[in-house]
Ligand binder design. Structure first.
Ligand SMILES: C[S@@+](CC[C@H](N)C(=O)[O-])C[C@H]1O[C@@H](n2cnc3c(N)ncnc32)[C@H](O)[C@@H]1O
Length: 346
């Protein structure tokens, strides 16, 4: 859908940045200035896609009006699907040629920003496509004073391409970065996340429980759990917030989940919020299953490392089912970039 729209001539497409977590505020800011715009959040936080009627000059409107949430705005001429393979750069190059917006003798620069996993770096893209365009069109790479900028913004499997005049790139100052006071945000958000999961999955937590918290720092989940049970063992190579670390019923083992001593069980509940590949996380859960009492609950978040959410969940459950059963899967409102799995030790 993104590709089709970017190609429609009566619609202009732009990518914009904002502070991560402020996509909704950035959208409101755009809609206040251009009520007919459509704004979409992208899979990678802090990036939005804006579509306006092509009669609207969004760059001029944003130049003239004060904004608080919007950062850079880049016009997009084309969006194409790509794979992680380096050979796909040739397709990006072909699309730039097809646009016909770069002419012989024009001074240009290629600017690439890449998000996701690929077999190439942003510099590879800039060098390879810059070289090909010089060779085929007779345009001249000029890093210091280009007249045109070829922008290539890659979001995992979509490449947004623009060929724009240097003065069409707009960088605005983002004035609001934080919703919470310094140091408060991660803890508070994480606490909401766990409370929501406990409620939605109806997880029974008794005061005499011992709980293992994997990937515990800075300590939001540990703090919630410490308020509910006798003892929490928190695992994370990173530091816990001092207000959590000093709680009398919290033990912090400053190590990776892969390295925890085997004699620290048994536990009545294991929670896992490690920000790692879902397959790796599931393998760790399987390895640690014997620390969890039979029939007891385990809760884990599946971080979406690509857009293929269903596959990440399916791959994780495929591994987990050797030791766990009764899987419940929910995408919770406090967890837009992950899925939460609740299960029981088989
Ligand atoms: C999203 S944060 C967890 C937030 C936490 N639940 C809270 O409430 O504050 C992810 C954590 O996982 C930790 N982590 C990543 N890989 C890990 C591993 N292999 N073993 C243990 N912790 C890990 C990171 O250090 C990071 O602190």
């Amino acid at each position: 859908m993104l590709r089709d729209r970017a190609e429609m001539s009566n619609v202009s497409t732009y990518l914009a940045t904002c502070s991560a977590g402020f996509e909704i505020e950035a959208e409101k800011e755009i809609l206040r200035l251009v009520p007919k715009a459509e704004v979409h959040s992208l899979f990678f936080k802090g990036n939005i896609l804006i579509k306006c009627p092509s009669s609207t000059d969004l760059i001029s409107i944003l130049k003239e009006n004060e904004t608080r949430y919007i950062g850079s705005i880049i016009p997009v001429n084309k969006a194409i699907k790509i794979s992680k393979k380096k050979s796909d750069l040739k397709r990006v190059y072909d699309e730039i040629l097809n646009l016909g917006m770069l002419k012989k003798g024009e001074r240009f620069v290629v600017c690439c920003k890449r998000r996701g996993k690929h077999e190439f770096t942003s510099q590879d893209v800039e060098r390879e496509i810059g070289g090909l365009l010089e060779e085929s069109l007779g345009a001249i790479v000029d890093l210091k004073n280009p007249a045109k900028i070829v922008t290539i913004q890659i979001f995992q499997d979509i490449a947004f391409i623009g060929v724009i005049r240097a003065d069409e790139v707009l960088k605005k100052e983002i004035k609001i970065f934080r919703k919470y006071k310094c140091g408060e945000r991660p803890l508070t958000r994480a606490e909401h996340k766990l409370r929501e999961a406990i409620r939605v999955f109806n997880i029974e937590i008794k005061p005499n429980f011992r709980v293992l918290d994997l990937g515990a720092a800075p300590g939001g989940w540990t703090r919630v759990l410490a308020g509910l049970v006798d003892h929490v063992v928190s695992i994370d190579p990173a530091d816990l917030d001092p207000s959590v670390k000093n709680l009398p019923n919290v033990t912090h083992l400053k190590c990776k989940a892969e390295d925890i001593p085997r004699n620290i069980g048994p536990f009545d509940l294991i929670v896992n919020d490690m920000n790692i590949d879902p397959v790796k996380s599931a393998k760790i859960m399987v390895k640690l299953a014997d620390l969890l009492k039979k029939g007891s609950t385990a809760l884990m978040t599946i971080k979406f490392i690509t857009r293929n959410r269903k596959r990440h969940v399916a791959d994780a459950i495929d591994i987990l089912k050797s030791e766990y059963k009764d899987f419940k899967v929910r995408r919770l409102p406090h967890n837009r970039y992950e899925t939460t799995i609740c299960m029981r030790r088989a």
